[in-house]
Design a binder for this molecule. Sequence first.
Ligand SMILES: NC(=O)c1ccc[n+]([C@@H]2O[C@H](COP(=O)([O-])OP(=O)(O)OC[C@H]3O[C@@H](n4cnc5c(N)ncnc54)[C@H](O)[C@@H]3O)[C@@H](O)[C@H]2O)c1
Length: 352
Amino acid sequence: MMKVAMIGCGGIGEYHLSHLTTFGDIAQLAGFCDLILERAEKFAQETGGGAMAYTDFRVMLTEVKPDAVFVCVPPYCHGEIEEELINRNIDFFVEKPLTLDMELAKSIEKRVAEKGLVTAVGFQCRYDMLAEHIKEFARQNPIPFVDCTRFGSIPEVFWWKDKKLSGGQLVEQTIHQLDYIRYVLGEPETVFSMAARGFVEAADYDTDDLSATVVRFENGALATIGTGCYAESGDAFDSKTVFSAKDKRGEMKLLDTFEIFGGQQQEENEIGNLVVKGDGGLSSASKNGLVYQNEGDPGFLCDRTFLEAVLSRDQSKIRSTYSDALKTLAFGLACNKSMETGLPVHVQDLLK
Ligand SMILES: NC(=O)c1ccc[n+]([C@@H]2O[C@H](COP(=O)([O-])OP(=O)(O)OC[C@H]3O[C@@H](n4cnc5c(N)ncnc54)[C@H](O)[C@@H]3O)[C@@H](O)[C@H]2O)c1
């Protein structure tokens, strides 16, 4: 039985807690730390007793001696926590984005590799029931173009509204889509991004309302990525990624569906409107073609895979390690750099 602790007991911490409390066969929840003691105490109580609450992560690490730690702090709070975990040889799961400081992330990645620590990152969408179908679609149908959109409103947490603290929507939120596109298509080579303000009226607000990015991938494909936080309700909300091939296109709605239009699927549509669920079973008909349906929360598998890797020391089933997520961070921060400079940015330059 391994001991697990958490640093940062806010919104995403609650999400992981809901998974971790079901892993009693392999993990004992031993300690929770938050700068706000009540938050850590609330989490400790939710485990049913036995876990301790702390406000100082170093004290918690010394007293609890966890085998694995979930780091669930906001983007601007990384650095000291990871350094301390590495110094103490503790495996860790860390939320996206890894940090807003590329040099810091590179130095953490180097030290993690030197120590052979097991790491995983909160790109849980990679574990959904769609990802392998989409990768297969891309293997069978070369994709010259991807069109990605994510529009929504402003999250409640105070730090989100300040780009210096959150990294802005593209880096804090739409990074899930950047990561997914990388997972399917491979590495981005060059990005060119523009941001706009003036559409949102909110107190203490100092971030972009929206941005538009053009990407060239190393394989020659292009993508456009539009994201905005100005939407308030209804049809203004959207999250869709379209993988466009020569005679087919696949539309992914994040954690929801992957629908293939055209090609063979059109014929299948004509003979019976096949709908294939993520588990491979047929579920119901669609007027358009073949539909893969995600079911459940991929976060369970994401968290469980990390803990099993900590036990086995085999990281091969972890779909997003610190080292891989570093490349997604470079993708996002390259877009931010382009917004600031007005120039195209080579993503690989940030990884040097
Ligand atoms: N994977 C996902 O789908 C997903 C979803 C939401 C948020 N996130 C990410 O999770 C991170 C946290 O987001 P959130 O919404 O939970 O934020 P939050 O503000 O709700 O919670 C963060 C908590 O961390 C605590 N904290 C900060 N520094 C600390 C420190 N040094 N020691 C102990 N506690 C500390 C804060 O007090 C706060 O309670 C962000 O990077 C966000 O992007 C990921």
